[in-house]
Design a binder for this molecule. Structure first.
Ligand code: GTP
Ligand code: SPV
Ligand code: MN
Length: 603
């Protein structure tokens, strides 16, 4: 069978034969090799407007409003699979299916799935193109939305094809929305299938995604490659692929520190990555907001690289008071807004952008909306997709293939109780223990119930490409690979603790700079902490609260280590560790738990 195919921009035989094979299977009308150019962007966005998927925004240059199918709005964790050869290697936290069985099932879904559509072939690179070992991928997709989003989120197109020469390794990323168009059939604005599979074959470094067009399910460079597949690569090669932001901080004395922070989905990474410090004299610059790859430098320190080139950020809650730099980034245009509301004059709006909503909107379900409608105008997981390079606070180092040396790693979750505002770990091993017990209330970033506390170790629960116990051992091993003094110091934070009145006990956002300042001073040995059973917390007075108009009694409550709450927490950690399985949970973590129990004098 032959599909009209323009000449391939690569002579890489494995790419060409794989594209031929997938075209035969999925039967598209046409194959297009993407060059990542502005002309291609214009052609595809125009096509998306004509088909009704996009609405061009009159109030933002080169920007588009888009509404998905109401059932295709978030990651589908229950349809996400790690298909390692042995089930034991996927671990207790992942769905598993035998790789041969999964391919048999999915092949039948892919058969003819691109009929009536165009198949796009996108070459991309995760991280700077001039890296010592650039990490390439090739995504096949039948979605124009995915093709233009990949232009924002990754380095893609001609410069990548030029480097992807014969013999170069690449991750095969296959994606179809699973909605063939038969002659005479009218297309829908957001084609997708009710059945969805997000499958990973870690040993083969291959991803097969079917049925969804939503970011985390369909932009395969992001969670599928840069976290699930890369976490396995990192384990094999001695580095870390993590769900972390990367931030540059400059003190009033002009001392520069880089920090990384792992929070679960929709728990504040993008906001911290674009921090607008309220502390006088401090500057914050952005390097990454979602994913960090950490490797050892020749000097024995851990260096972080952001593999992405765009932000796919949570829209609701983003406004000039919470995240002015995100607002400035999107104001520059060249952005895609998915599942937000549209104003009558051709702009976008979402809950939290302004204090009072406009009197009339088109909501994310394309319906008329007024403030009395009784439903949010934007979906809680609505997102903006925008280039990093447009961020007014982007640090020049964001594109440095060597990465930036990390002084501190923060782990945090969304917990209404128990977890203090900030805790300093006692050692790397203790920090890994705290991170292994991380927990958070579920959010709208994944389908399913919202607000349920679950363990989310290192904020990686949905993104691990292998066994969680082996992952903990890998983190512990990283700590023995260099001088303890060169390792980042690990802190545990919680911006989301609430008082009896259910209000947050900490103002968050720009005020989080005060917590970072304390952490950096701990690293420099110039401030005080109280030892508690769970780790070191700031002494009263150690946090710089100059100029902060917020009830100081609340801040004291945010910092409290409550033994009763912690005895309840111990039981939950016991249950969590029990699920990991005796022979895969590292002994030292069990010992850390026993030591914590002893310090709490708990039964
Ligand atoms: P993903 O992109 O899903 O990985 O999420 P993220 O971790 O980047 O989350 P993001 O920064 O987009 O924050 C999600 C939500 O948390 C938004 O509604 C924010 O307004 C809110 N948020 C962020 N930082 C803070 C904070 O310091 N305090 C409080 N109370 N809310 C915050
Ligand atoms: C997350 O859910 O953690 C995200 C959004 O960053 S997505 O890319 O959809 O996974
Ligand atoms: Mn994320």
């Amino acid at each position: 069978m032959s599909t009209p195919t323009a000449a391939a921009p690569t002579a890489h035989p494995a790419v060409v034969s794989w594209v031929d094979e997938i075209a035969d299977l999925t039967a598209p009308d046409e194959v297009v090799w993407c060059d990542g150019s502005a002309g291609e962007w214009d052609r595809l966005t125009t096509q998306l407007v004509e088909r009704g998927t996009f609405v061009r925004l009159e109030r933002k240059p080169n920007s588009f409003w888009c509404a998905s199918d109401p059932e295709d709005v978030a990651r589908v964790e229950d349809r996400t699979f790690i298909c390692s050869r042995f089930q034991a290697d996927a671990g207790p936290t992942n769905n598993w299916m035998d790789p041969v069985d999964m391919k048999t099932v999915m092949t039948e879904h892919y058969r003819g799935a691109m009929a009536g559509r165009t198949m796009y072939v996108i070459a991309f690179c995760m991280g700077p193109l001039d890296a010592a070992e650039p990490k390439f991928g090739v995504q096949i997709t039948d979605s124009e939305y995915v093709a233009v989003s990949m232009q924002i989120m990754t380095r893609s197109g001609t410069p990548v094809w030029d480097r992807l020469i014969a013999g170069t390794e690449f991750v095969r990323c296959l994606h179809s929305v699973g909605a063939p168009l038969y002659p005479g059939q009218v297309d829908t604005p957001w084609p997708c299938d009710h059945t969805k599979y997000i499958s990973h074959f870690p040993e083969e470094r291959t991803i097969w995604s079917y049925g969804s067009g939503y970011g985390g399910n369909a932009l395969l460079g992001k969670k599928c490659y840069a976290l699930r597949i890369a976490s396995k690569m990192a384990k094999d090669e001695g580095w870390l692929a993590e769900h972390m932001l990367i931030l540059k901080l400059t003190s009033p004395q002009q001392k520069v520190h880089y920090i990384a922070a792992a929070f679960p989905s929709s728990c504040g990474k993008t906001n911290l990555a674009m921090l607008d410090p309220t502390l006088d004299g401090w500057t914050a610059e952005t390097i990454g907001d979602d994913i960090a790859w950490l490797r050892f430098g020749d000097d024995g320190r851990l260096y972080a690289v952001n593999p992405e080139a765009g932000f796919f950020g949570v829209a609701p809650g983003t406004g000039v008071h919470t995240n002015p730099h995100a607002m400035a980034t999107i104001a520059r245009g060249n952005s895609i807004f998915t599942n937000v509301a549209r104003t009558d004059d051709g702009d976008i709006w979402w809950e939290g952008m302004t204090d009072t909503p406009p009197p009339h909107l088109t909501d994310w379900k394309r319906r008329d909306w007024t403030p009395t409608s009784g439903e949010p105008a934007a979906h809680p997981n609505s997102r903006y997709c925008t280039p990093i390079a447009q961020c007014p606070t982007v640090a020049p180092e964001w594109n440095d293939p060597a990465g930036v040396p990390i002084s501190a790693i923060l782990f945090g979750g969304r917990r209404a109780t128990t977890i203090p505002l900030v805790t300093e770990s006692r050692s790397w091993q203790h920090g890994v223990f705290l991170a292994s017990t991380l927990s958070s209330e579920t959010t709208a970033a994944a389908t399913g119930r919202i607000g349920v506390v679950r363990r989310d170790p290192m904020a990686m629960l949905p993104f691990l490409g292998y066994h969680v116990g082996d992952y903990f051992q890998h983190w512990l091993d990283i700590g023995t690979r260099t001088n303890a003094g060169l390792l980042p110091k690990i802190f545990y934070v919680n911006w989301f603790r609430r008082g009896d009145d259910d209000e947050f006990l900490w103002p968050g956002f720009g005020e989080n700079s005060r917590i970072l300042e304390w952490a950096l001073r701990r690293i420099e040995g110039t401030t005080e902490a109280d030892e508690t059973p769970i780790g070191n917390v700031p002494t009263p007075g150690a946090l710089d609260l100059t100029g902060l108009k917020f009830d100081h009694a609340k801040i004291a409550a945010a910092l409290r280590v409550d033994p009763t709450e912690w005895i309840t927490e111990l039981r939950l950690i016991d249950e969590w560790f029990a699920t990991i399985g005796g022979n895969r949970l590292p002994d030292v973590l069990r010992e850390e738990l026993a030591a914590l129990r002893q310090r709490l004098a708990a039964p």
